[in-house]
Design a protein around this ligand. Structure first.
Ligand code: DUC
Ligand code: ZN
Ligand code: ZN
Length: 477
């Protein structure tokens, strides 16, 4: 028998990229794809994918892992359990957030976040920054230096007291993005409207989880989305509006695109599969599980989001995995109490379910094409954050990050998921597919039955410039 040519050969794959679908064997050496073709030579290991779709490993470009929180609240997933659950759901690259606390240097936040990740990740990871304190030092020195070192994207918040920036600060930060070719992500909700509504609701004794949605109606997101677009237009820089929840924000983004503005948009599974009713139709506390921001809307808005996924409005489909236990004092019951909605930690888990949900309910249900699925879950996130072509595609020279899909009925059960959260908002949902294999740089990390742990195998990735569109550079107004 001849010496194997490849470390691994995946035979008879139906390979799907963002642009094409074709039959091929995939030859892997040293963790990279080295050949695509038919009847490839032997591999040390071979996997027969006959009849199965193979897509690039997912790039989840919006997730929160081990992000420092105000006590007693604590995230349930760090880099170990978070990347474990990512791998088991077909995601091979994650981009969580190194969050600057007000008064903290951005560099200190990044150093701290590296310590949290080091030696723990099972799949590759990069960092976005969260800029909450844009001092002159941050704007002139730290942020430009960090962008040059491979932290080429950052998020700014228009709400949350501990994170929010005012419009002048947002303009300053966007100007840095323009000058240094970074991607600015914006959490668009109007903080003053939320505060005003929250006070009124609380004064009326309306504190159950379902009132979270009442405190953040769509106009709150619409106004902030419009303002974010205007601020970006003033600076003349692309922006990415994250976690778009429904019609009002979608209309603002369509309008901006019609004006020729470079406004990208991301949405998440919760806006396709949850509604405000999941926060409760009575005053029970169970709906705290689905408290996230922006809140889920209604069935009509789910359709608007589906249409935006199908017609190209959305560039990215991310989980916004923000893992808090439901029944724990450090989670959705802060301090062990059933808290008023304004004290419930915002966010739901979703790293593991993101890809299977969209594959089943999007591709197999005929709402989006297979190629669009790949674009939304892998190729575009890799391009938006400067990781393409190493990540996000199936091409010679790229990392062998791959998902072999098994099209079979699957019921989502939290006890079958691999995160460290005590619930999933999708409990009991019927899917039609799940990864049969996930390969991370050519290594099987999930085989359809078992997870193959190797904490520390995941490498930190320095991001390059976004390549999703050429960005204007260097000139300033
Ligand atoms: N909203 C956020 O802005 N971040 C984490 C999760 C959430 O619901
Ligand atoms: Zn956000
Ligand atoms: Zn988020």
């Amino acid at each position: 028998m001849s010496i194997p040519t490849f470390d691994l050969v995946i035979r008879n794959a139906l390979v799907a990229t963002a642009s094409d679908t074709f039959a091929a064997d995939i030859g892997v050496n040293g963790g990279r794809i080295v050949q695509l073709g038919s009847s490839l030579a032997n591999g040390k290991r071979e996997i027969d994918a006959l009849g199965r779709v193979v897509t690039p490993g997912g790039v989840d470009a919006h997730c929160h892992l081990d992000q420092p929180m105000q006590a007693p609240v604590r995230m349930a997933d760090g880099f170990d359990s978070g990347t474990r659950s990512a791998a088991c759901g077909g995601t091979t690259t994650v981009i969580p957030f190194a969050a600057q606390a007000k008064g903290q240097s951005l560099r200190a936040a990044v150093d701290d976040y590296h310590r949290r990740a080091e030696g723990r990740a099972h799949v590759d990871y990069a960092f976005h920054l969260i800029v909450s304190d844009p001092t002159p030092q941050v704007l002139r020195e730290e942020l430009p230096a960090l962008i040059a070192e491979g932290y080429t994207s950052f998020k700014v918040y228009m709400t949350y007291d501990d994170l929010k920036l005012d419009d002048g600060q947002i303009l300053d930060v966007l100007d840095v993005a323009r000058q240094h070719g970074a991607m600015a992500m914006i959490h668009a909700e109007n903080a003053d409207c939320i505060e005003w509504l929250t006070k009124k609701l609380e004064a009326a004794g309306r504190t159950a989880p379902r009132f979270h949605a009442h405190s953040r109606p769509m106009l709150v997101e619409r106004e902030a989305t419009h303002r974010a677009i205007a601020l970006a237009e003033l600076v003349d820089v692309p922006i990415l509006i994250v976690h778009v929840s429904g019609r009002d924000a979608v209309e603002q983004i369509r309008w901006a695109r019609g004006q020729g503005l470079k406004v990208f948009a991301e949405t998440c599974p919760q806006y396709l599969f949850l509604t405000a009713e999941d926060l409760g139709i009575d005053n029970s506390y169970a709906g705290a599980r689905c408290v996230c921001s922006p809140p889920p809307r209604d069935k009509g808005n789910q359709e608007v989001i589906w249409n935006g996924l199908a017609d190209g409005l959305f560039t990215l489909f991310s989980s916004d995995h923000a893992p808090f236990d439901y029944d724990a004092p450090e989670g959705k019951k802060p301090g062990g109490e059933e808290a008023p909605f304004s004290h419930i930690p915002n966010g739901i888990p979703g790293l593991e379910t993101r890809m299977p949900l969209l594959y089943s309910k999007g591709v197999l249900a005929g709402r989006i094409t297979l190629n669009r699925f790949v674009e939304l879950t892998a190729t575009n996130p890799a391009k938006a954050y400067g990781l393409h072509p190493r990540k996000g595609s199936i091409a010679v020279g790229g990392d062998a990050d791959l998902v072999i899909w098994d099209e079979r009925p699957v019921t989502i059960r939290n006890d079958r998921l691999h995160h460290d959260v005590d619930y999933t908002p999708y409990e009991g949902m019927q899917l039609q597919a799940w990864p049969a294999f996930t390969l991370a740089r050519g290594e099987v990390v999930w085989d359809g039955q078992a997870f193959h742990p190797r904490p520390g195998r995941g490498q930190f990735l320095r991001c390059g410039e976004p390549t999703i569109l050429p960005l204007p550079r260097k000139s300033s107004i």
